[in-house]
Design a protein around this ligand. Structure first.
Ligand SMILES: NC(=O)c1ccc[n+]([C@@H]2O[C@H](COP(=O)([O-])OP(=O)(O)OC[C@H]3O[C@@H](n4cnc5c(N)ncnc54)[C@H](OP(=O)(O)O)[C@@H]3O)[C@@H](O)[C@H]2O)c1
Length: 285
C-alpha cells in the first residue's frame, strides 16, 4: 500500500535503506539557491540529496546540510567519483576531499559516475575499501550497462547495490531495469523528468488533465509505480514541493501502458559505451 509521502525504507542488498525519492542538484551552481532548495526539499519530506564531484557543488551541499541542523542519520547523501579521479589512489584521495567539502564523516552512497575501461577494477577495489573503512555506507554504479556489470562481477567482492541510469518515458530502460532487479540492484532514475522535454507530450498531458496533476507529477508517479528510485532536480520551491506531492493518486494499468508506449530509446546525455571506450564524457548537444 502507498504511504502519503516519500518512503525512506527502500532496502539495498547490503542491508542499508534509502529513500525512494531524492533531490538532484546537478547544475545548481549558486550556493544560496542550492542551500534554499535543500531546505525547501527537506521541509517537503525529501531526505536524499544527490551530488557528484563533477557538479562542483559538494561544498555548497555541505553548507546546506549543516544549515538543516538535523541528526546525520536523518538524511541520505550520495556523491559520485568523476572519471578523472578513477584509479585506486585517486579514488581514495578524491573521496576524502569530497567528505571534507561535504563536512561529513561518511556518505550514504558512493557511485562510480561513469564506467571507463581504464582502472575499471582498481576503482571498484577502492570503493570496497572505502566501504570497509566506513567512509561510505553503500557502494554503487552509475551508467553501467549489462556488460559492465557482468564484467565487474568477474572480480568484485561485493556488487553494486544501486545503478543510477538515465530513465524517463522516452528512454524507459525496461531491459536494464529487469537486469538490475534480477541482480538485486536498485535502479535509480536520473533525469527522471527527461530534463523537461516530455512535459508537452499529448499522452502525458491527457493523463495529467484526468488526474488534475501536472505533467511532472504524472511522470514521477510512473517511476514510482514501476518501482524505481528517482531524483528530480528543481530550484523552484513550488516545483520541489509539487514533485513530492505524488503519493495521493494512482495511474491505472492502462495509463501506465500509455506512458510505457512513449519509449523512443533516445538519450539526453552520454552513451555509456562511448564513455567507457574514450575514458571521459564527450561534448554533446
Ligand atoms: N549519474 C549521472 O550521470 C547523472 C546525470 C545527470 C543527472 N544526474 C542526477 O539526476 C538529477 C536529475 O536529473 P536532471 O537534473 O538532469 O533532470 P530532471 O530532474 O529530469 O529535470 C530537471 C529540469 O526540469 C525542471 N523541472 C523540475 N521539476 C519541474 C516541474 N515540476 N515542473 C516544470 N519543470 C520542472 C527543472 O527546472 P528548474 O530547476 O528551473 O525548476 C530542470 O530544468 C540531477 O540533478 C543529478 O543529481 C545524474
Amino acid at each position: 500500500m502507498d504511504t502519503q509521502k516519500i518512503d525512506s525504507s527502500l532496502k539495498f542488498a547490503d542491508g542499508h535503506t534509502m529513500p525512494n525519492q531524492g533531490l538532484g542538484v546537478y547544475k545548481m551552481t549558486e550556493e544560496r539557491e542550492l542551500i534554499d532548495s535543500v531546505k525547501v526539499a527537506y521541509d517537503a519530506g525529501y531526505r536524499l540529496f544527490d551530488t557528484a564531484q563533477m557538479y562542483g557543488n559538494e561544498a555548497a551541499v555541505g553548507k546546506a546540510i549543516k544549515e538543516l541542523s538535523v541528526p546525520r542519520n536523518e538524511i541520505f547523501v550520495t556523491t559520485k567519483v568523476a572519471e578523472a579521479n578513477q584509479g585506486y589512489d585517486k579514488v581514495i584521495a578524491s573521496v576524502e576531499e569530497s567528505l571534507k567539502k561535504l563536512q561529513l564523516d561518511y556518505v550514504d552512497l558512493l557511485l562510480v559516475h561513469w564506467p571507463i575501461h581504464q582502472h575499471f577494477f582498481e576503482t571498484w577495489k577502492a570503493f570496497e575499501a572505502l566501504k570497509e573503512q566506513g567512509l561510505t555506507k553503500s557502494i554503487g554504479t552509475s551508467n553501467y550497462g549489462m556488460v559492465h556489470l557482468e564484467y565487474l562481477a568477474t572480480k568484485a567482492n561485493e556488487m553494486p547495490v544501486l545503478n543510477q541510469l538515465e530513465v524517463h518515458p522516452y528512454l524507459s530502460q525496461e531491459a536494464m531495469i529487469n537486469f538490475d532487479r534480477k541482480n538485486h540492484i536498485v535502479t535509480q532514475a536520473w533525469a527522471p523528468l527527461g530534463r523537461g522535454r516530455i512535459f508537452e507530450d499529448p499522452a502525458i498531458l491527457k493523463i495529467a488533465k484526468h488526474h488534475g496533476k501536472s505533467a511532472a507529477q504524472i511522470i514521477l508517479r510512473w517511476h514510482l509505480q514501476r518501482g524505481d528510485s528517482f531524483i528530480p532536480k528543481s530550484v523552484h520551491p513550488e516545483r520541489i514541493k509539487q514533485n513530492a506531492d505524488i503519493y495521493d493518486f494512482k495511474l491505472t494499468d492502462e495509463e501506465m501502458a500509455w506512458v510505457d508506449a512513449l519509449n523512443k530509446n533516445t538519450r539526453i546525455s552520454q552513451e555509456p559505451e562511448m564513455v567507457y571506450e574514450i575514458g571521459h564524457q564527450y561534448p554533446h548537444h
